[in-house]
Ligand binder design. Structure first.
Ligand code: GAR
Length: 203
């Protein structure tokens, strides 16, 4: 009888969150996986590493507070080797982008085929691509007169905001919405859905 490849499954449950900013999504994901002992114990899923490209990012403070190792990455090395050996050292099997502002290098995408996901603060394929991040997205949505916006969770491939879509959730854009008020609605949707989608992917 062929034994199932348990090693691969277990490793998939070691999550690395890549983030560049405040890290509110990272915090929600950490809370989700630590607040459910069954998830940790039986399924052994955990946030094992925070990867960050910005020494001033709030997400690094979150990592410290939560006792999660963090890795501050440097651009040249990232595009040379994708920090692959560091990720392997932490047995990372799933990479979760949560407000990560650098393009993921091809080397990393090839090594983690269908194991890198991203959350985008609009309804892709609209309002995606280079320079479409954070408030720029909400400004563009309002300027275009859209009646609805939302979030997209998708696999990451070599093209910005292009990989296979896993999940959409929508919200209304009201006439008096500002980029800030829209950002709040979008963050609420992200906080509500990202963790459970990650759980589904892992299990
Ligand atoms: C989130 O809204 C996320 O969708 C967005 O950055 C924000 C990070 O917030 N990502 C992008 O715009 C990527 N194109 P957070 O640091 O509070 O989690």
């Amino acid at each position: 009888m062929i034994k199932p490849n348990t090693t691969l499954q277990q490793e998939k449950k070691h999550i690395a969150i890549f983030a560049s900013g405040a890290g509110s999504n990272a915090q929600k994901i950490i809370d989700y996986f630590t607040s459910q002992p069954a998830l940790q114990k039986e399924r052994r899923a955990k946030v094992a590493l925070i990867v960050c490209n910005n020494p001033k990012a709030g997400v690094l403070k979150i990592a410290e507070k939560e006792n999660i190792p963090s890795l501050l990455i440097e651009r040249n090395k990232f595009y040379e080797d994708g920090y692959l050996s560091e990720l392997k050292n932490y047995h990372i099997g799933l990479i979760v982008l949560a407000g990560f502002m650098w393009k993921v290098p091809a080397e990393l995408i090839q090594s983690y085929q269908n194991k890198i996901i991203n959350i985008h603060p609009a309804l892709l394929p609209k309002f995606g691509g280079k320079n479409m991040y954070g408030n720029f997205v909400h400004e563009a949505v309002i300027k275009a007169g859209e009646k609805e916006s939302g979030i997209t969770i998708h696999y990451v491939d070599e093209i910005y905001d292009h990989g296979k879509i896993i999940f959409h959730a929508k919200c209304r854009v009201e006439e008096d919405d500002t980029p800030q008020s829209l950002a709040e609605k979008i963050h609420a949707l992200e906080h509500k859905h990202y963790s459970s989608i990650i759980e589904k992917i892992i299990t």
